[in-house]
Write a protein that binds this ligand. Structure first.
Ligand SMILES: Nc1ncnc2c1ncn2[C@@H]1O[C@H](COP(=O)(O)OP(=O)(O)OP(=O)(O)O)[C@@H](O)[C@H]1O
Length: 234
């Protein structure tokens, strides 16, 4: 479904991704992990149109989407939940979810998707008219993912969805992400918690220095010692 080939991207004079390639979506979930600052977020931003690629190509659902605007890419069903708190603070939960359904392909599914989101995150129903700025970190993350689901994703991209959450809330959110996957939405997830990634996906990529250094395909095993070696060397 997503085919990234030889992608080059960076900021100013710095090249972060030096010709990175990956496939996702057509065969289940994909997990991305690797050291901080080595290009995972940059890859996701380039894929969703937030950063203009300098080279290479991105194909989604058989179409070339390289260099398209984020709006056009959302319209095709590739939905990215960025890292951290990117919601408008003065909107209510109801406003955020309505905003998620703005695209013409999402609008006909608005009512059904809203039910799905509220079944997944019942807390959001309790706080329906509460403003984002008054929500906890975990609740904001639920709103972010819920807003993305309102966009009726064909492929959902989550950048470190559990970052900074307390262990109990993190476990709840991981269960919800697994439920989204079981509902049939393929995912690309960046996470430092490799055990969670392995539960979610049998297809992992290790990103190091802007390259796909290691690909772990379904059927290949990954021991704790392998992960340590990837991060720290042998
Ligand atoms: N807007 C920007 N302007 C300039 N440099 C940037 C910008 N965003 C990221 N970078 C740099 O690009 C490099 C890759 O950052 P990126 O956020 O893609 O890494 P990451 O692997 O996602 O890290 P983390 O796991 O900490 O989120 C870093 O050196 C970072 O400082």
């Amino acid at each position: 479904m997503l085919d990234v080939a030889g992608l080059v991207a960076g900021y100013g004079r710095v090249t972060v991704l030096g010709g990175i390639s990956m496939q996702a979506g057509g065969f289940g979930n994909v997990g991305l992990f690797g050291p901080n600052g080595h290009g995972k977020t940059t890859l996701l931003r380039a894929v969703s149109g937030l950063l203009k690629p300098r080279g290479g190509s991105i194909r989604f659902d058989g179409e070339d989407i390289t260099g398209l605007s984020p709006r056009a890419i959302v319209g095709k069903g590739l939905i990215h939940v960025p890292q951290g708190n990117t919601l408008f603070p003065d909107l209510t939960i109801a406003d955020c979810l309505a905003l998620g359904a703005y695209s013409p392909r999402a609008r006909p599914h608005e009512a059904a998707n809203q039910e799905k989101v509220l079944a997944l995150f019942p807390k959001l129903r309790e706080r329906w008219r509460q403003r984002v700025r008054t929500l906890s970190g975990g609740e904001r993350q639920m709103v972010s993912i819920g807003t993305a689901l309102m966009s009726h994703p064909k492929l959902l991209v989550l950048d470190e969805p559990t970052l900074g959450l307390a262990p109990k809330i993190k476990d709840e959110l991981c269960r919800s992400v697994l439920d989204i996957s079981k509902s049939g939405v393929p995912l690309i997830v960046v996470e430092q918690d490799v055990e969670f990634l392995l539960e979610l996906s049998k297809h992992l990529y290790f990103i190091n220095h802007g390259q796909m250094e290691t690909e772990i395909k379904p059927g290949e095993s990954l021991a704790h010692s392998d992960i340590m070696a990837m991060y720290f060397g042998h």
